[in-house]
Ligand binder design. Structure first.
Ligand SMILES: NC(=O)C1=CN([C@@H]2O[C@H](COP(=O)(O)OP(=O)(O)OC[C@H]3O[C@@H](n4cnc5c(N)ncnc54)[C@H](O)[C@@H]3O)[C@@H](O)[C@H]2O)C=CC1
Ligand SMILES: O=C(O)C(=O)CO
Length: 324
């Protein structure tokens, strides 16, 4: 008999067919309590769960007594209660690597667009303001040969460092618990304390996961340490930055700009002051959102689920110890 799975994300036809060949699939629109109630029997039976977004916590697990494998279409897994999964011996699979280069491209796009004010000036031209030669009011700041500080020197941080160092001749700083030998040998990257990184970087780029330790890692005191013409880029998770403190710093003119792909609340509320600050570039959490990469993530998530249901957690497993 095929294992029963709950699918809470639309898949392309070929990937759905691949999943359905191996599993008995019930498709639901999301993991809301209403959806769990509506499909109670399917949730109760399911051994697998595949999708993205939505909280996977003790309450959901209580409705899924047969669950063995969660497969997330994402690398970040802060929406999963891993301790609760471990306690129930449920393994969590995710999709690192396949999205790394695309997210680093997004971060570089934020670096360039904040520094050179691309969206702001695009809107300015389209609004008919380009009536004569531009002047200092339209100038930006250089990116090349500046200092880029990375918080989260993992897969995405490394791919960003590669672009910044080789493409733009930038000096790379990073903050980490341990020396990153590869970052040092490939990019001459220097490890430093958070304080030093904030004081020295022209661009502070966040590609950190959200954990208890990283929650509000960047608050008022940290923003105060940054150079007045520095730029903050966040593509990790919104709550790594205290958004109220960021808004206050931007309103007080303490930073050149911010480039944000992630927010404390997503979608970002329409009345957020971030949306009316001209020096803030906002993106709707598109870090990995290209056709190619999103397809690759879904493909990996399907294969991860099938492999893990078959007892193979060699690749892309967050908590292989849960099997023990
Ligand atoms: N904006 C978007 O669409 C996307 C956002 N992300 C976010 O990026 C994060 C990173 O992804 P990867 O690079 O693949 O993960 P990774 O695990 O390879 O890298 C994360 C790095 O952060 C470091 N780190 C963790 N806590 C730290 C702390 N307190 N201080 C200093 N360093 C710390 C880790 O040691 C690791 O080197 C994901 O967890 C996710 O939240 C990932 C993909 C897309
Ligand atoms: O994979 C992730 O963690 C994302 O945020 C979306 O790609």
């Amino acid at each position: 008999m095929k294992p029963a799975v709950i699918l809470y994300k639309k898949l392309p036809d070929d990937l759905y067919a691949r999943l359905a060949e191996q599993c008995d699939v019930t498709e639901v629109s999301n993991l809301s309590p209403e959806s769990q109630q509506q499909h109670a029997a399917a949730f109760r039976q399911a051994e697998g769960l595949l999708g993205s977004g939505g909280k996977v916590n003790g309450e959901l697990l209580a409705n899924m007594p047969n669950l063995r494998v969660c497969s997330s279409v994402s690398v970040g897994y802060d929406n999963f209660d891993v301790a609760a999964l471990n306690a129930r011996h449920v393994v969590l699979m995710h999709t690192p690597t396949v999205l790394t280069e695309t997210v680093a491209d997004t971060m570089m796009a934020l670096v360039l667009s904040t520094a050179r004010r691309v969206p702001e000036l695009d809107a300015w031209v389209k609004a008919g303001h380009w009536q004569k030669s531009i002047g200092p009011a339209q100038f930006g700041i250089d990116v090349h040969h500046k200092t880029l500080g990375i918080l989260g020197m993992g897969r995405i941080g490394m791919a960003l460092a590669q672009r910044a160092h080789f493409g733009f001749g930038m000096k790379i700083l990073y903050n980490a618990r341990r020396e990153h030998e590869e970052a040092q040998s490939r990019f001459g990257a220097q490890r430093c304390e958070l304080k030093e990184l904030l004081q020295q970087s022209d661009f502070v780029c966040i590609s950190l996961p959200l954990t208890d330790e990283t929650h509000h890692l960047i608050g008022a005191a940290e923003l105060e340490l940054m150079k007045p013409d520095a730029v903050l880029i966040n593509a990790g998770r919104g709550p790594v930055v205290d958004e109220k403190a960021l808004i206050a710093a931007l309103q007080a003119g303490k930073l050149h700009a911010a480039g944000l792909d992630v927010f404390e609340q997503e979608p970002v509320p329409a009345d957020s002051p971030l949306l009316s600050l001209p020096n803030v570039v906002t993106l709707p959490h598109i870090g990995s959102a290209t056709h190619e990469t999103r397809y690759g993530m879904m493909q990996d998530a399907v294969e991860n689920l099938i492999a893990a249901l078959g007892g193979n957690v060699d690749k892309n497993c967050v908590n292989p110890q849960a099997l023990k």
